[in-house]
Design a protein around this ligand. Structure first.
Ligand code: EPZ
Length: 418
């Protein structure tokens, strides 16, 4: 029987817990190592499924990877192979992040089209249009993107929508292009800014980081660097919500509260008691949260990666809430599982109406994607009785030892594989 998490709910969480480095900042930072022949070292890499996949992918491109605990050095003296196979890309869509660096450094790339995933079709048309603007010849051959460019040249790119990895791919292509690149409508997520910080320490010239208007002055070559990855704001938001939903008293440390403003504001609106320090957040949960409406949007708006976790809290609220998901077209799969626990949720396209109930009843539930699995764990922590969450391989892609962190706060949770 594959691994599951078994949770005895109803325990108010208490204590302190530290947040790890951001998965979605580590992945582009690792891909950036392709841009130079010198070593790029990340000092605090989390031990996650997706990170292991990215390191394996980089090795197929010719990278030498040296891991010492959380310290990871990636050195790509030369690109030995420009292909990112369907076998690897289909297990992790973020593999597409090697596309920009490979074309910029090596002049060519063959990257499998990622295909869809549980939460949506997730095309990469914006990545490809931007690379074409930078002078790459782009073709789609047998399910692969084939991109070639002797030398990329700076261009003005306006993406049709805000795309996080699209912005990251285009940044990594532009830093070695000949001339200046402008990216309008760029993503402003902290993970994009963290990649920009790494690229700058490698010798890249970027302006406008954190705004929707990026200016990148191409340079002939980049050097290596050592970089500490930012804290994972979504793990932080998930742990804070765990304190809130169990009416506990938890201090989450090693966070960047300025990356969590929209999440903290929404929890405050739900009656959650928050104290915010320079690098910590203390959360005391109310006996019962209040209802609140929420709409996901690109940073600095409410993050789509926290939508499932907030919906779980709203499912226990005293009143009715509306959840509007504007980023992905199919990101309500956790709703049907929450209904199995007694929630009252009706979804219609991008909108979910949540009528709060007094309590969840424990039951077996099934994870469908990374953040939905975290939401089901939160529901189990609050539910009366036992909740079993299956298909937790989704969880292991993006949360490092979540059950250990929760158990250290008093949760009755264990991983079983009987
Ligand atoms: C990143 O995905 C994150 N992944 C996602 O986190 C996150 O949910 C998402 O950004 C939104 O914040 C990583 O950073 C590795 P997008 P990404 O391109 O870059 C559409 C998690 O749980 N779109 O910003 O793939 C797309 O379909 C994951 O850790 C196009 O149409 O997301 C989506 O509807 C899940 N064409 C919207 O834009 C494109 O070329 C935003 O996607 C690109 C995107």
């Amino acid at each position: 029987m594959p691994a599951r998490l078994v949770i005895e709910g109803g325990v108010p969480l208490r204590g302190r817990v530290a947040v790890g480095a951001a998965k979605n900042a580590t992945l582009p930072a690792l891909a950036a190592a392709l841009l130079t022949s010198e070593p790029v070292t990340l000092t605090n890499v989390p031990d996650l499924g997706d990170i292991r996949t990215m390191l394996r992918l980089l090795e197929t491109h010719g990278a030498a990877v040296a891991r010492d605990g959380r310290r990871v050095e990636v050195r790509v003296p030369r690109v030995a192979n420009d292909e990112a196979s369907y076998e690897l890309v289909s297990t992790m869509r973020a593999s597409v992040l090697v596309l920009g660096p490979l074309v910029a450094r090596h002049g060519s790339a063959r990257v499998a089209l990622p295909g869809g995933c549980a939460i949506g079709v997730r095309p990469i048309d914006q990545h490809l249009k931007g690379l074409a603007k930078l002078g790459a010849d782009i073709a789609i051959e047998n399910g692969y993107v084939v991109a070639r460019a002797r030398r990329l040249r700076g261009a003005r790119i306006t993406t049709d929508l805000v795309t996080v990895t699209g912005t990251e791919n285009l940044m990594m292509a532009a830093v070695l292009a000949d001339g200046t690149t402008i990216i309008e409508n760029a993503a402003r997520e902290p993970e994009v800014a963290d990649l920009a910080a790494l690229l700058t320490s490698m010798g890249a010239k970027l302006d406008g980081v954190g705004t929707g208007h990026l200016e990148i002055q191409g340079v002939p070559a980049l050097a290596g660097a050592t970089h500490q990855v930012i804290a994972d704001r979504i793990e932080a938001g998930t742990l804070i919500t765990a304190g809130a939903i169990t009416a506990g008293d938890v201090t989450v440390t090693d966070v960047a509260p300025e990356h969590l403003e929209a999440v903290l504001a929404k929890l405050d609106e739900c009656g959650v008691d928050l104290d915010v320090g320079p690098a910590w957040v203390r959360v005391r949960g109310p006996a019962r949260p209040g209802a609140a409406d929420v709409t996901t949007s690109p940073f600095p708006g409410f993050p789509t990666d926290m939508q499932a976790q907030l919906m779980t809290l709203l499912g226990l609220a005293d009143g009715q809430s509306r959840v509007t998901e504007t980023i992905f077209e199919n990101r309500f799969m956790h709703a049907a599982e929450l209904v199995r626990l007694g929630a009252r949720i009706e979804t219609d396209g991008a909108i979910a109406v949540v009528r709060g109930v007094a309590a969840y009843q424990g039951a077996p539930v099934m994870a469908s994607d990374l953040r939905a699995s975290a939401a089901l764990v939160l529901a189990g922590l609050a539910a009366r009785g036992t909740t079993e969450v299956s298909r937790i391989y989704h969880l292991d892609r993006g949360y490092e030892h979540l059950e250990q962190k929760l158990a250290a706060l008093g949760a009755r949770i264990e991983r079983t594989s009987r």
